[in-house]
Write a protein that binds this ligand. Structure first.
Ligand code: PRT
Ligand code: ZN
Length: 226
């Protein structure tokens, strides 16, 4: 199966915290999907729409490079990708079609319970483990604090205990993970929700029609949930 240029292409997280909500959203919009196969691409049965199911980290780039028309991704991943791409001279254009009502979380600094934290200045020259080096740098720059970032794509919360870092900058929702690791949340540096984004490339009229049908339905679903 390949992507058909005449069908609206949407990139979604294949499996993870956003995937169930994304599937529910499409289902609620009346999109009939055949997701039983663990395939990269899924066709909608009742409208000209295809899903590309990938890792969430790949979604902003696929939209910005115009490989897909739309994508659903956390603002945290989106904003991090924008900063990284801008810094490396790649295009980082897109537009937000809709902020969604799921995937809520915050990106926060946290230190161990024993750390005598007196504000961001306490982290001057310290090592901070994170998967979001650009968002972290923007915040620390705004506070005028120099630090060393330790890039980890997983197990960020164990970094202080393992002696890899003095603090962490990680996503938090309930706070249970921080607590279980003896960490205390100190600064919220970014608040995030899932967003529906669109490529900056001009869209064919037949694809725009599909979007015009979906958007009011998403609006209606969200209103009903409020
Ligand atoms: O495989 P793939 O790369 O697609 O997935 P992933 O593992 O990178 O991402 P995933 O599925 O964990 O998260 C996808 C998106 O969900 C994130 O980018 C956020 O936008 C959003 N989201 C919402 C969260 C959380 N809440 C969240 N709590 N993403 C991660 N977490 C993690 C956090 O990193 C920490 O490990 O959950 C833990 C903390 O949770 P609490 O409840 O203990 O505070
Ligand atoms: Zn990811």
């Amino acid at each position: 199966m390949t992507l058909d240029q005449n069908r609206l292409r949407i990139a979604l997280q294949k499996s993870g915290r956003l995937s169930t909500d994304c599937q529910q959203l499409l289902k609620g919009c009346g999109v009939k999907l055949n997701l039983r196969e663990q395939r990269l691409i899924a066709h909608a049965e009742n409208m000209p729409l295809d899903l590309l199911r990938v890792r969430d980290d790949d979604i902003p780039g696929l939209v910005m490079d115009g490989v897909v028309d739309l994508g659903i991704v956390g603002e945290n991943v989106l904003e991090e990708t924008v900063m990284e791409r801008q810094a490396t001279g790649q295009s980082a254009e897109y537009s937000v079609l809709k902020r969604l009502d799921f995937g809520g979380c915050r990106l926060s600094l946290a230190v161990s319970e024993e750390f005598d934290y007196q504000g961001p200045k306490s982290l001057e020259g310290k090592r901070i483990a994170t998967s979001y080096p650009w968002l972290l740098k923007r915040y620390m720059d705004s506070q005028g604090v120099k630090f060393k970032s330790v890039m980890l794509n997983g197990s960020v919360e164990v970094a202080p205990r393992a002696g890899l870092a003095d603090a962490i900058c990680d996503l938090v929702s309930t706070g249970a993970t921080l607590e279980a690791n003896g960490l205390v949340e100190t600064d919220v540096i970014y608040r995030s929700k899932a967003v529906l984004i669109q490529s900056a490339n001009p869209l064919a009229a037949n694809k725009q029609k599909v979007i015009d049908k979906l958007l009011p339905r998403i609006q209606g679903l969200q209103q009903a949930r409020e």
